[in-house]
Design a protein around this ligand. Structure first.
Ligand code: NDP
Length: 493
């Protein structure tokens, strides 16, 4: 028998052609498998190593490649090269995800969606690792692991626990702004193309004159908002658990490229003291009336990954990836994420995760980190004899023209919130009382009542007090929806 010459020849991982991939090597026709059948051993060993640790949060995801295009000049705020000229394009990658579910979770679950973007700029990768919500559940990173524990499985039952969720939220009322968004229509988008994205944190911009501005990033869907009710989603999950992957992948394969418009809100550096709320508090938005949206550009997703694992599962987004013209802020959650995301990638993917093709910048890279597991690229210092810095052997050197202007800080170092007086009720009140209409509010109450099912009553009483404080109508609406649900359950018995 000869090999089909129209197809590539199968080889070992070391490149030697393989004669048979159908039969293991045995001694005689009934004899045991020989130890020397290394290709069998290697195949089994590789299979054992196919899984890497899934992300602790945002495990289930869907992504695609695309292009960002500048449509409006914002160089007065930022000298980032990506915003350099109107019409400039930058290749990018987006990964959307649910937060709490594991990798096998159904796509159409009510949950916050991750909205992670990697821009391969000509001055390095800029990652904006946000959500489809403008705020988050907690403002202090000390609370983050505890919050996530309440979203994951109970250690004894191995089931999700409504009691744990509401117990935590009832003692952390800053969470109820995000809870309101999650339980509203926007907590269950039909697919990733029908939702907005937000950088969520306050970042900073600086311009060529060294002036700093605080900035929030918004990505408005051009497909419009579409959502499912819990009932509709349950029906879909009965047919498919992969509805988001099918939708995003399918649309891009068919040439229906989804688009988002990028906007920023800009706050002059010294105005941060003047706002009635802490502008660095991740549980707060900046009202549009005070800080209008300024259009910047748009991105389009137009290419599916060729290999999901290599390009989406191994995609490593981190707020630590920032570029000239874009900086951080005193947002405590952002500061902690600068550490925790890169740390997660080192754990999941290995020391050199930034060298994987999907994560590698598309501009020259020169640094002095050395050796380590799976170093497949050698030395990137720019010179063979330059393996330390400073050196006089032609290695890469720093460029002071990229220096960030100093970040102004004030006050004392202490374990305390940034502001002494914090109103955690006002912004969810604006959403509940002013932004949502009657039908949206009714669905919000029903979704909350459904999410409360099975939770201990003492815990729910505590959290309902906070809903009352947001708005008496809010608390009353949830109580009425719970009563209606209880009546329906009795009627069904
Ligand atoms: P505006 O009245 O100017 O705008 C209301 C905002 O709420 C719009 O961005 C709208 O998005 C958004 N929205 C509508 N329905 C929902 C929902 N179910 N879940 C989340 N957002 C929704 O608002 P203000 O800026 O004065 O803020 C009022 C409240 O609106 C805030 O307290 C906050 O809860 C919410 N909000 C504010 C945002 C901001 O950045 N200022 C962003 C998102 C929400 P769209 O335009 O796409 O309809």
């Amino acid at each position: 028998m000869t090999q089909d010459s129209t197809r590539p020849r199968m080889t070992t991982t070391a490149g030697a052609p393989i004669a048979s991939n159908q039969h293991t090597e045995t001694a005689g026709d009934r004899g045991p498998v020989l130890m020397q059948d290394y290709q069998l051993l290697e195949k089994l060993a590789h299979q054992n190593r196919e899984r890497i640790p899934e992300r602790v949060v945002h495990a289930k995801g869907w992504g695609a490649f695309g292009t960002f295009t500048v449509t409006h000049d914002i160089t007065q705020y930022s000298c980032a090269s990506i915003f350099g000229q109107v019409g400039k394009t930058t290749p990018m990658l987006a990964r959307f995800s649910t937060v709490a579910g594991e990798m096998g979770a159904a796509d159409h679950e009510r949950d916050v969606r991750g909205f992670a973007l990697k821009f391969y700029t000509d001055e390095g990768n800029w990652d904006l690792v946000g959500n489809n919500t403008p705020v988050f559940f907690v403002r202090d990173p000390l609370k983050f692991p505890d919050f996530i524990h309440t979203q994951k499985r109970h250690p004894r039952t191995n089931l999700r626990s409504a009691t744990a969720m509401w117990d935590f939220w009832g003692q952390v009322p800053e969470a109820l702004h995000q809870v309101t968004i999650l339980m509203s229509d926007r907590g269950l988008p039909q697919d990733p193309t029908f939702m907005d994205g937000f950088g969520s944190h306050t970042y900073s911009f600086w311009n060529k004159d060294g002036e700093r501005f605080w900035v929030k990033f918004h990505f408005k869907t051009q497909q419009g908002h579409r959502f499912y009710t819990n009932g509709e989603a349950a029906e879909i999950i009965g047919h498919t658990r992969e509805g988001y992957q099918e939708a995003l992948f399918g649309k891009i394969e068919r040439g229906e490229f989804p688009r988002w418009t990028m906007y920023v809100q800009i706050m002059p550096e010294l105005d941060a003291e003047k706002t009635p709320y802490d502008p660095f508090d991740l549980t707060k938005v900046w009202p549009h009336g005070d800080f209008p949206l300024i259009e910047v550009g748009q991105f389009e997703l137009n290419r599916n990954a060729d290999n999901y694992f290599a390009q989406i599962e191994q995609a490593a987004f981190s707020p630590s990836n920032k570029v000239r013209g874009i900086g951080y802020s005193p947002d405590k959650m952002l500061q902690a994420r600068v550490f925790s995301y890169a740390d997660a990638h080192r754990y999941r993917l290995g020391t050199h995760y930034e060298h994987l093709p999907v994560n590698a910048p598309k501009c020259p890279v020169h640094y002095y980190h050395k050796d380590g597991q799976m170093n497949f690229f050698g030395q990137v210092t720019g010179s063979t004899d330059a393996y330390y810095e400073p050196n006089s052997r032609g290695g890469a050197t720093e460029d002071p023209s990229f220096a960030e202007p100093p970040l102004r800080l004030q006050g004392v170092a202490a374990r305390q919130p940034h502001r002494q007086v914090i109103d955690d009720y006002e912004q969810p009140r604006a959403l509940h009382d002013r932004v949502l209409n009657d039908e949206e509010r009714a669905r919000l109450y029903r979704n909350i009542a459904a999410a409360m099912e099975g939770a201990d009553e003492d815990v729910l009483e505590r959290v309902l007090v906070h809903f009352d404080r947001i708005s008496p109508a809010y608390g009353a609406g949830i109580r009425a929806a719970r009563a209606e649900k209880a009546d329906q359950s009795i009627a069904a018995e």
